[in-house]
Design a protein around this ligand. Sequence first.
Ligand SMILES: Nc1ncnc2c1ncn2[C@@H]1O[C@H](COP(=O)(O)OP(=O)(O)OP(=O)(O)O)[C@@H](O)[C@H]1O
Length: 308
Amino acid sequence: MIEVKNATLQYTTFKRSQGLKGVMHDFFKRSVIQVEALSDISLTINEGEMIGLIGRNGAGKTTLIKLLTGILPLRQGEIKIDQMLPYQREKVFLKNIGVLLGQRSQLIWDLPAIDTYDMLAAIYELPKQMYNARLTWLSEQLEVTELLYIPVRKLSLGQRVKCELIAALLHRPKYLFLDEPTLGLDFVTQKTIYKILRLENQYHKTTIITTSHYIKDIEQLADKVIILNKGKIIFNDKLEQLPKELTTEILFDIDFLNSKSVEKNLTCAPDKLNEILAKIPAERILRVSQRGMELEELILQFIKGDSI
Ligand SMILES: Nc1ncnc2c1ncn2[C@@H]1O[C@H](COP(=O)(O)OP(=O)(O)OP(=O)(O)O)[C@@H](O)[C@H]1O
């Protein structure tokens, strides 16, 4: 179980002054500023849950993942995973977690992925038979069996991410942390990744925590969602539970021609429809259609509602 109680994290950084004079000033006397990336976060994640961690740029998602995986130390509050403190990075803790961070690579760049896997199998003390069976299964599911013997630097982005995922899953971690796992990947590769993660969760009860800006990732990989806004949790539940009063579920799409006869479209809530239609000459309106709000719009509306 993951338990976070009143976690606050501030980064200490320096204010940069502009111009040559500013650079000289900073050289002798730098002004320290504190950036509060997370403030008073509390949450519980049970074993086997699939959690989507979402929020705008700078909301604190990566910081939370770094704290949960022990990459960053926590000075205020408490984080425990199965009663262990992540930053102590005990051997049992490390065996229990798998991490895939979009911008960081676990694989050794100049060597084939198989060499990294052999090394990881030794570090995690995987019995040979289990290692072989697991590697065969994962590489077949992710369709990379042939690629394991090619130096990582020669792989495409999608091929590399799939190999990274094997590195994160090889030791069958209880907790898997994924930061932007499908960034820049094509549709087919995304679907393959969704499939394997769902299988891991289904068969091994793996707890999976995913941060993503792609709503498709959240739909596919999350049963529950945590929305962060400016370092605070503003929602932590199943998506169906988003408060209805903050969201408009019906939207109208208006397709029209502008003065240069270029096709444009606008989207609005029911209460704004008449006002908008009154501003567009009737002959320029091509069509008005009604639809339900997409998940992405719903979340955006929710975040906006909170920040007012
Ligand atoms: N090493 C650092 N030093 C100083 N400030 C930092 C550092 N890392 C992050 N921050 C700041 O902390 C806040 C939260 O950053 P974080 O990377 O956790 O956000 P995020 O939700 O993951 O954003 P994104 O979606 O853009 O990846 C931001 O204001 C960011 O500028």
